[in-house]
Ligand binder design. Structure first.
Ligand code: ADP
Ligand code: MG
Length: 463
């Protein structure tokens, strides 16, 4: 009898291990991912291959990082993440060099997200008006930088065509339009104050610039939050889509789309495919869907359902709640994988999900969360290894020091995610000494700094 039970348990353990083995990649496989990312980067940068490339490597028209002589008062907007923020950024140069920020967070109501573009931008301008009132600065014509984190085709620093809304935004009449025009028109409609819209900035570049102000080695920006994306400084001669060979330009990689041409199919699991199929944009952003906060909980949930259906977990009994999409949040991974969390507390999480669990179940779920978050961090690290090695090769250096500015709740709050990214980059790009610097101030500060740089260059041109 005892041996029969032991035999069954051992067999179940083996079945679980087999399913989870799809999430264990060897370093050779990760190196292959790095190599493919590098190839995709080349495809995105080259004129011939750009239009068909999955990783778009978008030019941003941001050509220089702050030189710390910037000064003045700037307004910044941040739209595209969980919150909409309006910020006032005061920058001093010289001996009392400093940056001071004030900001307010505003909700974007469903009506505005899903109504007409005019309604959305009127709401944005309404928030700006409230903020200027609050700061007592309605009469100054402030230069404005706009962090706008959606896929866009940038044509100038202040001209940016929205290609596609993502993350729940649907406002009509915006796709294919210049976001700066939409904002300027809304300011005009309100007729209450004027603003000088100088720059529109992707959040990866905002993050890089925000860290770069204090750290001259920072030339990469990484986002690991709701979504996942990266940007970095590329030498102009490699940016074939933009005229000129002198100097450098920030590239918004839009790397979340890595794998959309099928090149990651051998490392995607059946669970990744399911998450993709049930998402709002099937087939799109495949790399992002294997890494970011919007999806990791969903991947874990699918594995738990599959285990339970096979009788390998929760005594084979699935709750209706577990089948609800989005019920298993990525923050659960952080809680479950934290060492301080007692198994008892874990059972409380399962109870919320309508599941009766045993101690063994808790151990199994912890293991599932572990392999999923580990692979996510390794994949992100493999992509980053490709970026820093390219920067090194661009300079013809044997060794290089690169700092990466990073923002994102998943990176910040998950107990192991950051360590796994660091270790992966270290192993896959051994010639690069990479440090990760968390931006505490967010990409809004970066947008203000980019605006400040543009104003400095504009003023220098007028003399
Ligand atoms: P955004 O990317 O929207 O600008 P964040 O960087 O705050 O903003 O990322 C939000 C994402 O972080 C959400 O998708 C959520 O799944 C994830 N998240 C929230 N809390 C945690 C946590 N404790 N651990 C891991 N991920 C989390
Ligand atoms: Mg954000």
């Amino acid at each position: 009898m005892v041996t029969a039970v032991a035999y069954r348990l051992a067999k179940q353990q083996k079945m679980r291990e087999e399913i989870l083995s799809a999430f264990l990649l060897r370093d050779e496989q990760l190196l292959e991912v790095k190599k493919r990312m590098r190839m995709q980067m080349e495809r995105g940068l080259k004129k011939e291959t750009h239009s068909a490339a999955a990783v778009k490597m978008l030019a941003t028209y941001v050509r220089s990082t702050p030189d710390r002589t910037e000064k003045g008062d700037f307004l910044a907007l941040d739209l595209g993440g969980t919150n909409f923020r309006v910020l006032m950024v005061k920058i001093w140069s010289g001996k009392c060099r400093a940056v001071e920020m004030h900001n307010k967070i505003y909700a974007i109501p469903m009506d505005a997200m899903e109504g007409t573009g005019e309604e959305l931008f009127d709401h944005i301008v309404h928030c700006i008006s409230d903020f200027l009132e609050y700061m007592g600065m309605k009469d100054c014509v402030l230069p404005l930088g706009f962090t706008f984190s959606f896929p866009c085709e940038q044509r100038k620093l202040d001209q940016d065509i929205l290609l596609k809304w993502t993350r729940g935004f649907k406002a009509t009449g915006c796709e294919g339009e210049d976001v700066v025009d939409l904002l300027r028109e809304a300011i005009r409609r309100r007729g209450e104050f004027e603003l000088d819209v100088v720059a529109i900035v992707n959040d990866t570049i905002g993050t890089m610039t925000s860290c770069g102000y204090d750290d001259p080695f920072c030339e990469v920006g990484l986002i690991v939050g709701t979504g996942c994306n990266a940007g970095y400084m590329e030498v102009m001669k490699n940016v074939e889509m933009v005229e000129g060979d002198e100097g450098r330009m920030c590239i918004n990689m839009e790397w979340g789309a890595f794998g959309d041409d099928g090149c990651l199919d051998d490392v995607r699991t059946e669970f990744d495919r399911d998450v993709d199929q049930l998402s709002l944009n099937p087939g799109k952003q495949r790399y992002e869907k294997m890494i970011s906060g919007m999806y990791l909980g969903e991947i874990v949930c699918n594995i738990l359902i599959s285990f339970t259906k096979r009788g390998l977990l929760f005594r084979g009994k699935i709750s209706e709640r577990l089948k609800t999409r989005g019920i298993f949040e990525t923050k659960f991974l952080s809680h479950i994988e934290s060492d301080w969390l007692a198994l008892l507390q874990l059972r409380a999480i399962f109870q919320q999900l309508g599941l009766q669990s045993t101690c063994d179940d808790s151990i199994i779920v912890k293991e599932v969360c572990g392999v999923v978050s580990r692979l996510a961090a390794q994949l992100c690290g493999a992509g980053m290894a490709a970026v820093v090695d390219k920067i090194r090769e661009n300079r013809n250096l044997e060794h290089i020091k690169v700092n990466v500015g990073i923002i994102g709740t998943l990176y910040k709050l998950h107990p192991h995610f950051s360590t796994v990214i660091h270790q992966t980059v270290e192993r896959l790009a051994p010639k690069c000494l990479v440090s990760f610097v968390q931006s505490e101030d967010g990409s809004g500060k970066g947008a203000a700094l980019i605006t400040a740089v543009a104003c400095r260059i504009r003023e220098a041109g007028q003399h």
